[in-house]
Every structure is written in C-alpha cells, then in structure tokens.
Design a protein around this ligand. Structure first.
Ligand code: DGL
Length: 273
C-alpha cells in the first residue's frame, strides 16, 4: 500500500522528460520525485516498438524498487509503445503523456489538430488513435520532426536555425490549416520561442508536460500532496551522465540537481528511496 509521502516516479529516455518534472514540481512543490533518465540507451524515438517496450518495462521495474506511489511515463515514445505493458505489470497507477496531451488539445476547441513527435511516436499512431477515440469529429495530421531533439539539447530553443528547420517541418501542417499543435515529445517545449514565432499567434501549442501535471492532480488526488508546505526531495537517476547531459539537466532545472546518481538498469533494484 502506497503512502502519500512516497515519491512520484518519472521515467524518460533521457533528460528531456525533466520538462515534465519541472511542470510537476511547479504544481506540486511538496511532493518528492525520483526521475529516471535512460541516457545510456537513448534515443527511443528511432527504435522499434519491441525494444522501447523492453526498455520501458526495465525502467518501470527499477522505479518500483524505489518505493514510488505513482509512475509518470514522461517519454512520448515510451508512452506510445509501452503504456499498456507497463501498466499491466505495475503495482502502482501509471500515467503516460498521450491522453493528457490529447485532452488538453481537445479543450482548445480546434477542429484540425496537428501532432509532432519522434518517428516512433508518429508511427505508433498513439495520438491519432487517442484523438479519434476522444474527439470523433477531429481531423488529425501527425508529422515527425527528428531534428528538434538535438536542437533542444543544443539549447537552441530561440534560434534562427531552429526557426528555419521548424518552418520546413511544419509547412505542410500549417498549409493544411492546423489550429492546435500538440508538442508530442519531451524536448519540444524547450523550443517554444522558435515554434511560436513560426506557427504565429493563431495556432495554439499544447505542451504535454503541463498537461500530464494537470492529469496527475485531477486523476490521482487521493495520492498527492497539494499543500505548498515543506519542499519535497528530488532525486535524479541517469543511466549515463556525460557532461552534455549534466549541462542540459542544469539548464532545464535552472540549476544543479540536489541529488544525482548513475544507475545500472541491468543490476537488481537498489534499496527503496
Ligand atoms: N523522450 C523522447 C520522446 O518524448 C524523445 C527523445 C528520444 O527519442 O529518446 O519521445
């Protein structure tokens, strides 16, 4: 049985999912979090469904060993390919980013919704199916934008080169008349300044990081601490920590993390946090 004081687990293929941790911490400052970034095996976005599923199950088992009360799969590719498999094997509730992103997009009232993500996310049709299931009259166009991940990691979220690449990727979607675009990848919220410039003021950008924070609060109120009392602890675990990932981590969190450890997912889970 989980206690409300147990941490919330967050899993991503790398450090982009820290955008989800950041959104959750802003809304739930008293909660404790354990974040696992599988930096040794990233990217997930170019891998097959079977591989992503195996990695996600492995990561979920590791986080379960940390005594979490809720698991958020921050990675859109893992949410697309592995949410059901992870949920079936988990003793705690599991939330992915796809449904919260879709719910937030439908709230904009758009009739034409664009989805951008990794090749894996687009190929899985997870957003397309969720949109068809929840909003039957909606028209959908989904496009992969593979260069957005390295641009975000480079810190070029507000940069003329990103503007140019975004214009190229998004041209067909904007010509088609997308009214709302779902940022279906952990990294894309980091490109918001460039993306906003390219899509213009008429197109709404839906950030799945913020949407999943809203979903945790609305769907799991019995498990979470919404008081703004003592700040909760945050522990970051990475499967590889190159200087590049540490720099991106500090950039997204706005400073050095309090606690960062390197973990080996092939080893047995360590002691409960
Ligand atoms: N975290 C991945 C996602 O949101 C992007 C990075 C990757 O390809 O692993 O789909």
């Amino acid at each position: 049985m989980s206690a409300t004081s147990d941490p919330i687990g967050i899993f991503d293929s790398g450090v982009g999912g820290l955008t989800v941790l950041r959104a959750l911490r802003e809304r739930l400052p008293s909660e404790s979090f354990v974040y696992l970034g599988d930096t040794a095996r990233l990217p997930y976005g170019t891998k097959t469904a079977a591989t992503v599923q195996r990695y996600a199950l492995n990561a979920a088992a590791h986080l379960s060993g940390r005594g979490i009360k809720l698991l958020v799969i921050a990675c859109n590719t893992a949410s697309s390919y592995a949410l059901d498999a992870v949920a079936d094997s988990s003793r705690v509730p599991v939330l992915g980013v796809v449904r919260p992103g879709v719910r937030a997009a439908l709230l904009t009232g758009a009739g034409r919704i664009g989805v951008i993500g990794t090749e894996g996310t687009v190929r899985s049709e997870s957003y397309q199916k969720a949109l068809a299931g929840l909003g039957s009259a909606i028209e959908v166009m989904a496009l992969p934008c593979p260069l957005f991940v390295p641009l975000a990691e480079e810190g070029w979220g507000d940069h003329p080169i990103t503007d140019q690449i975004a214009r190229h990727y998004l041209r067909p979607m904007l010509a088609w008349g997308a009214e709302t675009i779902i940022l279906g990848c952990t990294h894309y919220p980091l490109l918001r300044p460039s993306l906003e410039r390219v899509v213009g003021p008429e197109v709404r950008l839906v950030d799945s990081a913020r949407a999943v924070a809203d979903a945790v609060i609305s769907d799991h109120s019995e498990l979470i601490d919404t008081s703004h009392g003592e700040p909760g602890a945050v522990r970051i675990e990475l499967t590889d920590a190159s200087e590049r990932f540490l720099r991106i981590t500090s950039g997204i969190l706005g400073g050095e993390p309090e606690r960062l450890e390197i973990v080996d997912l092939d080893a047995a889970p360590g002691p409960t946090a």
